[in-house]
Design a protein around this ligand. Structure first.
Ligand code: GTP
Ligand code: MG
Length: 416
């Protein structure tokens, strides 16, 4: 049935690995921050351990941990979509979102950069120009991001589309989808691409399967490949539903031609994949429009060909999600893990160890003092004992003399 067919579009488990790793790393940084502030209190309260240099050291660690925790909370996986006008970039994103959110129409449509992402936990869904505070409804996209509207924003603007996390799983997994104006329109907008897209973990080139990869698209990807070391590139030959009107034999020929040209681009021209097999696995023939219509229930009885194209779309969705998660784990969390390790080691070697040494030294010194004091007291005790014995002896002698004297006196009395 169609519903079981659609439910197979479950998002990849690797995306959840990214979110789990992020939660765990955030917990570690949170604990580290608590630990540092507790340690700071111990140092400040202790007369014995208070040390200005150490306190300064500790504060520096604290602010480094806070800074990394902030970066960490903002870390998300980013996918950027490129291609000539009307190839279906916005349509692909809408299919991934299971709903027509972004303007998608014939002719030059997307007028500015649109960054689709999950909203903050305490926010409502809204659209917002990056540098401005005003929150607008999602429906404002038709007005702001469509070149067909008089209120369209300039190509250099970044529009943030903040949607509820539970709308679809891809948003729930901290994925950011970047829609761009057609490459032919933005060719002179290098700066925007640099600032909005070069930090993407995965790049998706959306081609029109009815034609072929154009010179502008090639040049654009050459620029991307020259700026990034081996970027993760996927190629979608979109509008493949149009091929269904062809003879099957012709369809295969067109597909073979696309594959050959795309492999050529990825391996020989861009050098982002080293073997044809690797590149082959990154190339897909899909229909974004059909995928969206299947997902939002507009296609009730898909034909065998439609089903096949949808399977291909699912394969694309699964592959790029996995690639995204693996790449984001490596590039985003690797450095944070190393930093945490470095901070812990430094804490151990520059703070904790010297303090333990200092306290151990004080304890040893005290022991020594106590031992010296004990010896002195013992000596004094012995001396006293000697003196007591001497005195006792004197006392006994006196007693004896007294007794002798007593006896003398008695004898005298008797005599008289
Ligand atoms: P710009 O924003 O102008 O750069 O174009 P775009 O690449 O975002 O293309 P868009 O999503 O606006 O799609 C252009 C037109 O093609 C729209 O009318 C879509 O409905 C249609 N379209 C997109 N994908 C497909 C597809 O797979 N098959 C068919 N038949 N039409 C599609
Ligand atoms: Mg568009």
């Amino acid at each position: 049935s169609v519903s079981s067919f659609i439910s197979r579009s479950s998002s990849s488990s690797r995306l959840s690995e990214f979110v789990d790793a992020k939660t765990e790393l955030q917990d570690i940084y949170h604990d580290l921050s608590n630990y540092l502030s507790n340690f700071l209190t111990i140092l400040e309260d202790s007369v014995l351990l208070r040390d200005r240099q150490m306190l300064e050291h500790l504060c520096a660690f604290s602010s480094r941990v806070e800074a990394i925790a902030k970066v960490l909370s903002r870390d998300r996986m980013k996918v950027a979509f490129f291609g000539r006008t009307s190839n279906g970039k916005s349509a692909v994103i809408n299919a991934l979102l299971h709903e027509k959110i972004l303007p998608s129409a014939m002719g030059h449509t997307t007028s500015c950069f649109c960054q689709v992402q999950a909203n903050g936990s305490d926010e409502t869904e809204h659209v917002k120009v990056e540098q401005e505070d005003e929150h607008m409804e999602l429906s404002a996209l038709r007005e702001l991001a469509s070149a067909h509207s008089p209120g369209a924003l300039k190509p250099s603007t970044l529009l943030q589309v903040n949607m509820a996390k539970n709308r679809c799983s891809i948003l729930d997994y901290d994925v950011v989808l970047m829609d761009t104006p057609g490459v032919d329109v933005t060719a002179q907008l290098d700066d925007c691409l640099d600032s909005y897209c070069m930090d993407a973990d995965v790049f998706i080139l959306v081609l029109n399967a009815e034609s072929t990869v154009s010179r502008v698209e090639r040049q654009f990807f050459k620029d991307v490949a020259s700026k990034l070391s081996r970027p993760n590139l996927f190629i979608l030959n979109n509008r493949w539903d149009k091929a269904s009107s062809m003879e099957p034999e012709m369809e295969q020929k067109v597909k073979d031609q696309h594959m050959e040209r795309c492999v050529n681009l990825l391996v020989d021209e861009l050098g982002v994949y080293s073997t044809a097999q690797e590149a082959w696995e990154r190339i897909y023939h899909v229909s974004a429009l059909e995928a969206l219509h299947i997902r939002n229930g507009h296609i009730k009885n898909p034909s065998a060909q439609t089903k096949e194209r949808y399977q291909e779309f699912l394969r694309f969705e699964n592959d790029f999600s996995n690639c995204l998660a693996v790449s984001a784990l490596k590039t985003k969390f690797g450095p944070h893990l190393l930093s945490a390790q470095k901070i812990l080691n430094q804490l151990k070697s520059t703070l904790i160890s010297p303090f333990i040494e200092k306290v151990s030294r004080l304890i040893d010194e005290n022991k020594e003092r106590r031992a010296n004091l004990n010896a002195e007291i013992e000596e004094w005790e012995l001396e006293m004992q000697g003196e007591r014995e001497d005195l006792q002896y004197c006392f006994e002698e006196l007693t004896e003399m007294t007794q002798r004297l007593g006896r003398c006196v008695l004898n005298d009395q008797i005599k008289t």
